[in-house]
Design a protein around this ligand. Structure first.
Ligand code: AMP
Ligand code: MG
Length: 516
């Protein structure tokens, strides 16, 4: 029989008074533990005062073997606040380094996150589970190891919305309010989020060992990632080059998806770039309302390093840092290794461009690959016109999705987003000319475009309202309502028009903040 062990800092005390009897099938495994102590600190979550479950992702829980989805609310609350740790879990905080805004920090690590282990997926493979906001670790530096409630709700909404929008991402399994206050310029309510990922290994994890010139650990880490996330490459002769190439491809595809949805990650430090190609570490990220190429929301990004249009080149910059870390595994001869890495890095731009064009073509309802250069210029023509008018990114594509191959009154909603009416009329003429090469009917094309251009995105001002209600009034209704709308982002929902709309002048969120 498996039980929960009342959890204290050193995980030694087994408190008989608070045993939870759990079905024996829900078991964490932990291959990371076998890598050795250089890789982590074994540590436990610190209990919180009065945990209360805000939301549990039952749909996601059902994807795993075992009985997670059958736990009652008390068990879930205890487990996902960190107050109790399942007997099969050996919790740990991972070590990593990273370039933050271009500056290398050799020692970051999970300062407020704790890895619980792997859950087995019913469809094969496994996923990693982590608590965030669960207390101090060896890597906390000056921080309190905690998270405010706002960033917990924000990450839950954004990561789940990203998943529903078809973007690779860490998922949210649970959100708990801690019943404690955290100090962030003032006292605000705290929370813990449980997230699930294909991997919590970052570019910065490789940099951590490379900076210490610890080649054994570097190789162990690469073998671990190959085994867990890239098994198709784990036996080849040039497996480390194959791994690097696969990571480059996944990142190119991921960033292309962000760009096609108007998503701005906000803090693309190398410690926030997943080796598995998933969006990770939702801090000051945001979906754009009014389109600007140089849009930045993050309060700390004063120079726009991580602005919307910079994301592909920053992706490449980060991957170049990964290449530098991996060089010793590529070849003993450093010149050969550099040449190999460079040739793979050269593949980033073509991969990105191809993924972007495939995505954008779909957004415009184009299925025939006729002329890449002409289609690219058609897309750029639209984006440039949107930028001039600061048209709402999501609404522009949404309204376009409903239009017919010949001009009619349906054009009005789309037109209404643009101040430069002659220019957008001209662009529409070009688009309709291009549609003549397509075989789809209006209805078919509208269905296809509607499946890629969302009606709803997690808009900043809506998230802000959710956070205010939760933090100021302990009211989670707005959170649940927004979450429900975002579960079906491509379907128009009666009575939910306010969630489609960009902010009114008084509602605009100018800055977003890291979740610290
Ligand atoms: P992030 O901005 O969340 O990606 O965090 C960057 C680094 O700072 C990571 O090493 C985090 O673990 C650490 N960190 C962020 N917030 C806190 C906190 N409140 N307490 C301890 N460490 C933190
Ligand atoms: Mg981070």
């Amino acid at each position: 029989m498996i039980r929960m062990v009342e959890h204290v800092a050193n995980r030694q005390v087994d408190c008989a008074f608070n045993l939870l009897v759990l079905p024996p099938t829900m078991i964490f495994t932990n291959r990371y533990l076998e890598l050795g102590e250089e890789f982590y600190q074994q540590t436990s979550p610190q209990p919180v005062a009065q945990p209360s479950l805000i939301i549990f992702n039952h749909e996601l829980a059902k994807e795993f073997a075992g009985s997670l989805s059958t736990f009652d609310e008390h068990m879930l609350t205890q487990m996902f606040s960190g107050n109790q740790v399942h007997e099969s879990s050996v919790p740990l905080a991972m070590a990593y380094a990273g370039h933050q805004f271009g500056h290398f920090n050799p020692q970051l690590g999970d300062g407020r996150a704790i890895y619980l282990g792997e859950l087995t997926r019913l469809e094969g493979g496994s996923m990693d589970v982590q608590l965030k906001g669960s207390g101090r670790t060896r890597f906390s530096r000056g921080g309190d190891g905690r998270s405010a409630l706002g960033p917990v709700l924000r990450e839950y909404l954004l990561s789940e919305a990203m998943h529903k929008l078809g973007v690779p991402t860490t998922r949210a399994l649970a959100a708990v309010s801690s019943g404690e206050q955290v100090w962030r310029e003032q006292k605000i309510p705290g929370g813990v989020i449980t997230r699930i990922a294909s991997s919590f290994i970052r570019v910065g994890t490789f940099q951590y060992f490379a900076a210490q010139q610890d080649l054994d650990s570097l190789q162990k880490l690469a073998d671990y990632v190959l085994e867990c996330n890239y098994p198709e490459h784990s036996n080849g002769e040039d497996k480390y080059l194959a791994l690097f190439k696969a990571v480059v491809t996944r990142q190119a595809q991921l960033i292309a998806k962000w760009m096609c949805l108007g998503f701005i990650h906000g803090v693309m430090n190398t410690d926030n770039m997943s080796i598995a190609g998933e969006t990770i570490d939702y801090g000051p990220c945001a979906f754009m309302d009014y389109f600007r190429y140089d849009q930045v929301y993050s309060f700390i990004d004063k120079r726009g390093r991580y602005a919307y249009q910079e994301q592909p080149s920053i992706g490449l910059w980060n991957l170049t840092r990964l290449a530098e870390a991996l060089l010793p595994l590529f070849n003993e001869d450093v010149d050969v290794a550099v040449e190999q890495a460079t040739s793979i890095l050269k593949g980033f731009a073509p991969h990105y461009d191809a993924a972007w064009l495939i995505n954008m073509r779909s957004k415009l309802g184009l299925t025939a690959s006729v002329n890449d250069a002409e289609d690219k210029s058609l897309v750029e023509g639209l984006l440039n016109t949107m930028a001039e008018s600061e048209a709402d990114f999501t609404l522009a594509f949404h309204h376009l999705s409903q239009m017919d191959a010949s001009a009619n009154e349906k054009d009005e909603s789309f037109h209404g987003l643009f101040s430069n009416s002659e220019k957008i009329k001209d662009w529409l003429r070009q688009w309709r000319k291009r549609l003549e090469l397509e075989t789809q009917t209006d209805t078919e094309r509208q269905a296809q475009m509607g499946a890629i251009n969302p009606v709803y995105i997690p808009r900043n001002h809506q998230i802000e309202k959710v956070i205010r209600a939760a933090e100021d009034n302990n009211n989670f209704e707005p959170f649940h309502e927004l979450h429900t709308v975002l579960e079906n982002p491509f379907t128009y929902q009666q009575g939910k028009d306010t969630y489609m709309q960009p902010p009114k002048p008084g509602e605009v969120v100018v800055n977003t903040f890291c979740g610290t």
